[in-house]
Design a protein around this ligand. Structure first.
Ligand SMILES: O=C(O)C(=O)C[C@]1(C(=O)O)C=C[C@@H](O)C=C1
Length: 157
């Protein structure tokens, strides 16, 4: 397993969990983009980054990309469900139960950022990142591959 595989794997899990977020919002008035919640996520990330000895600005940059990737999945799925009503979700998960899962993955991502801090600062980062992306993306469909690509560029400093 490559050095960045766990980190990119957690980013992939977050991208996949965004399917549940998309289903929670489908057919409701809740918009995909929730700036208040985004700020809450980013403030929490910055505070936790300081505790872990990470640069809070760097951690925040990584999470802005995680959030953009989530919105990419949600928009992609809503467009798919509009075009193909037979693929629409039949149950609506509770967003209040999914957000703690997103938080849990966020904590995993932060710990993995800490564990890979030195490697990510060095010249081998891009190679490790491409390799981790390739391993992880194999298991994803095109939409989630695109989202994982959106989630990962900020990982190398
Ligand atoms: O929590 C939500 O409502 C989400 O859609 C998830 C998420 C995120 O990635 O954390 C993404 C988009 C929203 O603007 C806010 C947060």
């Amino acid at each position: 397993e490559g050095a960045l595989d766990p980190l990119v794997g957690s980013a992939a899990e977050r991208v996949v969990l965004s399917d549940q977020v998309a289903a929670a919002k489908w057919g409701t008035d809740s918009p995909i983009e929730d700036p208040e919640r985004e700020q809450e996520v980013l403030d929490g990330v910055a505070a936790r980054a300081v505790e872990l000895g990470l640069d809070p600005e760097e951690a925040t940059r990584v999470f802005r990309d995680q959030i953009e990737a989530s919105k990419l999945v949600q928009r992609g799925l809503h467009a798919r469900w509009t075009a193909h009503p037979d693929e629409q979700p039949t149950e609506r998960p509770d967003l209040g139960e999914i957000r703690p899962e997103l938080d849990r993955l966020g904590e995993a991502i932060l710990v993995q950022l800490r564990d890979t801090d030195e490697l990510r600062d060095g010249p081998s980062c891009t190679g490790h990142l491409v390799s981790a992306y390739a391993h992880t993306a194999r298991d994803l469909d095109a939409l989630h591959q695109a989202a994982l690509g959106r989630a990962t560029p900020s990982i190398c400093a």
